[in-house]
Design a protein around this ligand. Structure first.
Ligand SMILES: [Zn+2]
Length: 125
């Protein structure tokens, strides 16, 4: 049993590297890479090349599917909160977490839990 994932690159198998050559003696073929973890495109691609190959093939369909912008977005005080931290700035030598509004420059403290919670935000949706 393995938890190997396949690279989603559309042309991964066409890059003739040693590690892609798999199979028994007479039947070796270049194959899509399998890895336990990959670093590109949220863990879906083995390399930037494979990420770019996929994007070239599917990006228009993906953008249309998930909603193409038809008007510019605006950064206002209501959606300008970003999270940040100061390296080891508390008396306990821990990071000081905060959220800062990029428009008003207001800062508010955060707990580490709030900082790490990707759903926690002061931004209006
Ligand atoms: Zn690949």
């Amino acid at each position: 049993m393995s938890d190997l994932k396949l690279c989603q690159g559309t042309r991964c198998h066409t890059y003739c590297t040693k590690d892609r050559l798999k199979g028994t003696k007479e039947n070796k073929t270049f194959q899509t890479r399998r890895r336990s973890s990959m670093y590109y495109g949220s863990g879906n691609f083995c390399s930037m090349q494979c990420y770019n190959d996929w994007a070239e093939t599917f990006i228009d369909k993906a953008v249309d599917h998930f909603g193409r912008l038809t008007e510019p977005k605006h950064l206002t005080e209501e959606n300008a909160w970003v999270k940040d931290y100061d390296w080891r700035r508390t008396t306990d030598d821990e990071h000081r977490y905060y959220t800062v509004n990029k428009i008003s420059k207001e800062q508010r403290p955060l707990t580490e839990e709030q900082y790490r919670d990707s759903n926690y935000t002061l931004n209006e949706r």
